[in-house]
Design a protein around this ligand. Structure first.
Ligand code: T3D
Length: 262
């Protein structure tokens, strides 16, 4: 297919596949528009209880399509602030705020915004041959798409600075060892394992999982005391869900729970 993004919903999983393989699924205006639509559709579709993001071809995503930027001598400088404000930032907010789990299957190189979009997902699996590159510094830019927030929290400031200021390629295995991603998977198993994981998550207590995300996201800016208060508030909500009732009942009756995401 020629569409820059493939979107399907099956078994409670919205699958988004970046599909500009000839330039490693880099983002142009068209792909941005389709991502915006797909994230909105996934959020609004009540059958969707998990999202799976991946890429077609040998790369996951090479970030901004640099062939879309006119840097000829004498050309007016493009307003990259506007690009972030209008395109990247809304995409990252929409992705991170989804009220169900997001899984990223990093099938190949993830560079620039591509690396940081992956890290904005809840669970990141990467093919053994995949890699992560904070490519921004090599072209005079700043890591965006949340990278300056995500990276130091995942790998610590020393490693965040090294990655962001050197732009070295980080192997998937190193990324796993550093706690930047959840897990490395053999290349030929990645697609299946990621789909199985997303399908599993789509059968779990969706509202509880959404509250877990809220709590963990908020922890970055809260002290211990504030976080205890937040846990109280969110647990109150979780305790009112049908899935909590079902989970406890199934445990007591020694049977498998059947969660409805309510
Ligand atoms: O502008 C704004 O809106 C601000 C926001 C910025 C967000 C950002 O993401 S800035 C960072 C942009 N990305 C990069 O700087 C990464 C550029 N790409 C690379 O460094 C390398 O391609 C990779 C390390 C990712 C992969 O290297 P390799 O050797 O495996 O592949 P390759 O040969 O470089 O790339 C394959 C093809 O994809 C090639 O095209 P060709 O020669 O076959 O016609 C290459 O030009 C194209 N490609 C790769 N990345 C991009 C790209 N084309 C346009 N934009 C790209 N980002």
């Amino acid at each position: 297919s020629e569409a820059p993004l493939l979107y399907t919903v099956e078994d409670g999983v919205a699958r988004l596949t970046l599909n500009r393989p000839d330039n490693l699924n880099s983002f142009n205006a068209e792909l941005h528009a389709e991502m915006r639509q797909a994230l909105k559709a996934a959020r609004q579709d009540e059958s969707v209880r998990a999202l799976l993001l991946t890429g077609n071809g040998r790369g996951f995503c090479a970030g901004q399509d640099l062939s879309d930027r006119n840097v000829a001598p004498g050309a007016e400088a493009p307003d990259l602030g506007e690009s972030l404000e209008k395109r990247y930032n809304p995409m990252l907010r929409a992705l991170r705020d989804l009220p169900f789990p997001t899984v990223c299957a990093v099938n190949g190189v993830a560079a620039g915004a591509g690396a940081n979009i992956a890290m904005a997902c809840d669970i990141v699996l990467a093919a053994r041959s995949a890699s992560f590159i904070q490519a921004f510094c090599k072209i005079g830019l700043v890591p965006d798409s949340g990278g300056t927030w995500t990276l130091p929290r995942l790998v610590g400031m020393a490693r965040a600075k090294g990655l962001a200021m050197l732009g070295d390629k980080l192997s998937a295995e190193q990324a796993e060892q550093w706690g930047m991603i959840w897990k490395v998977v053999d290349d030929e198993l990645l697609a299946d394992e990621a789909l199985t994981l997303a399908r599993h998550l789509a059968t779990q207590p969706t509202r509880g999982l959404a509250l877990i995300k809220r709590a963990l996201h908020a922890s970055a800016d809260n002290d211990f005391d504030a976080q205890l208060d937040l846990e109280r508030d969110l647990q109150r909500l979780a305790g009112r869900t049908n899935d909590y009732r079902e989970g406890v009942a199934a445990f007591m009756e020694k049977r498998k729970p059947s969660f409805k995401g309510e």
